[in-house]
Write a protein that binds this ligand. Structure first.
Ligand code: ZN
Length: 315
């Protein structure tokens, strides 16, 4: 079975592994990104160590190297505008490593990469068209349409987090107004809890953080929700309505089989998944929304490595 090298670049760690065509991880390790050193050469060196670790001891040449990276990636594998990694702009990542290792190198935006992994091995397996988002500090997204990872004409695109749902909404850090990220990004979910507490609403969230509202995280809001807290439940319902509004537009555009939601924030928050599905069914064109499923991500801990390796196996 063919093997691939999967490299998942994050702001804190570079995760590296050797994967096979069935999505198994044969070996893996993580390396500090060292982004804080402020030098792209240092980060490149770390990626090199990661690739060398993953290739070490292989009895055959891998099919290629797949790299998932933050930022926008053009068709030549040049990275632009990666947040959290200094110097990660106008960086010819593909060229650098294909010349060095004489192997095919596929570079893709990290969430596009995860979407491809979900399609091949995760919750999207067996479907034709899927939309995938990851909820975290930011909101990332990817689309597989008719079995192919969707890209723009020249760049990776599919920046679902920066699709506006409210043209009069608050300004997003990208400069636009009312982007979905501005409503369901980590800080904005937390903001809802702080507002409720300041309005004098009684909530377990306040008790869990013992009054230190700066300690509130989405995880704490979901803990409170699981204990039956009404304020926490209302927050997840509102997050679900925002996402449902976004997806009703995307369902009308693409008629997907499944919408997959990943990222630690959404874990086990059933009411949010239910609300997203209800909102889509209410707002999207009935026939297009009829069969769409809203699912949690199906890849486990090694999602980044498996997905990056899978990039090499694109049809
Ligand atoms: Zn935005």
């Amino acid at each position: 079975m063919r093997k691939a090298i999967g490299i998942d670049i994050g702001g804190t760690y570079i995760k590296a592994g050797c994967t096979d065509e069935s999505g198994n991880v044969l070996k893996k390790q993580q390396f500090p990104t060292l982004a804080e050193k402020g030098s792209r050469d240092i980060v490149l060196k770390q990626i090199e160590s990661a690739i060398e670790f993953a290739m070490d001891g292989l009895d055959e040449q891998p099919a290629g190297i797949g790299i998932g990276t933050p930022g926008i990636v053009d068709n030549e594998g040049v990275v632009f505008e990666a947040p959290n990694i200094p110097g990660w702009n106008n960086l010819p990542l593909k060229k650098a490593f294909s010349e060095k290792y004489k192997l095919p190198v596929v570079v893709e935006n990290d969430v596009n990469s995860i979407t491809w992994g979900e399609f091949l091995y995760g919750a999207g397996k067996g479907y034709n068209t899927i939309i995938c988002i990851t909820l975290g500090t930011g909101v990332g997204g990817g689309i597989v349409k008719d079995g192919k990872l969707m890209r723009g004409s020249k760049y990776s695109a599919v920046e679902i987090g920066h699709i506006p749902i409210d043209y009069k909404g608050p300004q997003c850090k990208c400069g636009n107004y009312g982007c979905i990220e501005r409503f369901v990004g980590r800080d904005y979910i937390v903001e809802r809890a702080i507002k409720a507490i300041k309005e004098g609403k009684k909530t377990l969230i306040y008790d869990i953080v013992e009054g230190k509202i700066e300690d509130i995280t989405p995880k704490i809001i979901s803990d409170a929700y699981k204990k039956g807290d009404i304020v926490a439940r209302d927050i997840w319902i509102d997050v679900g309505i925002c996402l449902g509004a976004l997806f009703s537009g995307l369902v009308n555009l693409l008629n997907p089989d499944a919408i997959i939601i990943g990222g630690g924030i959404s874990k086990n928050v059933e009411v949010m998944f239910e609300t997203i599905e209800e909102t889509i069914k209410k707002r999207a064109m009935k026939i297009l929304a009829k069969d769409v499923k809203v699912l949690p991500s199906g890849l486990g801990m090694d999602a980044g490595i498996v997905s990056a390796g899978a990039l090499v196996f694109q049809k």
